[in-house]
Write a protein of this length. Sequence first.
Length: 239
Amino acid sequence: MLDFPMSSLLRPIAPPTSLMEVTVDRIRDAIIAGELPLGCKLSEQRLADMFGISRSPVRDALAALQVEGLVTISPKRGSFVFTPDLKAVDEICEHRCILEKASARKAIAFNHAALLKSLTAACKTMSEASQRGNALDYTKGDIDFHNSIIRSGGNHSIISSYKRTIGPLMALRTHLFTIMNETLERSMTEHLALLDACRRKNVEEAERLIDDHAAHLVDAYRTALAETSLFDGLSTGAA
């Protein structure tokens, strides 16, 4: 058997991404970014026309996003972006904390430099967005911050689980910041405190801050439900 020299041309071939997977990512990102609002009706044909594809991958993508909790499909009414349930939000926050704390412990121990670099970059994005009063850009930095913790932990099973289940929480956070005017100041302070704990390799403090941060999101949502009509106007939009 001949030994061929390794080169960029002879590197392993990555399996191609399916059209359905790309469609899932596009719709998921649009929901999380708030471009498809909570409660918005989703038309398979309109989405297919927007993406320049047939309805089949859109239909399959919506079914996949239903499993993630981002889409609700009713046989008689059609497909909609999810509307949050307080109990579900509480459970997702608990799930998120378990994954983030496990990833933070591992990242601090084995991937400290990369963790700090990515968290610092995310905090910079959030700080600049906060100064501009741009809640949507702030949310994007916020998402990068938490994804950085998960990625830096290096556990592919956790990364996969986080991606599959965290979407509704990210979308809700976008809604709280952009629609309900939840303050960015407290959120920014909490992220900087978590960055500092990671920098000092204080695992116990980092875990406490992760728990507190998630609890504040649930509290903000509970307050919003009590003080406002969360779904006013949400179902009037369509995509």
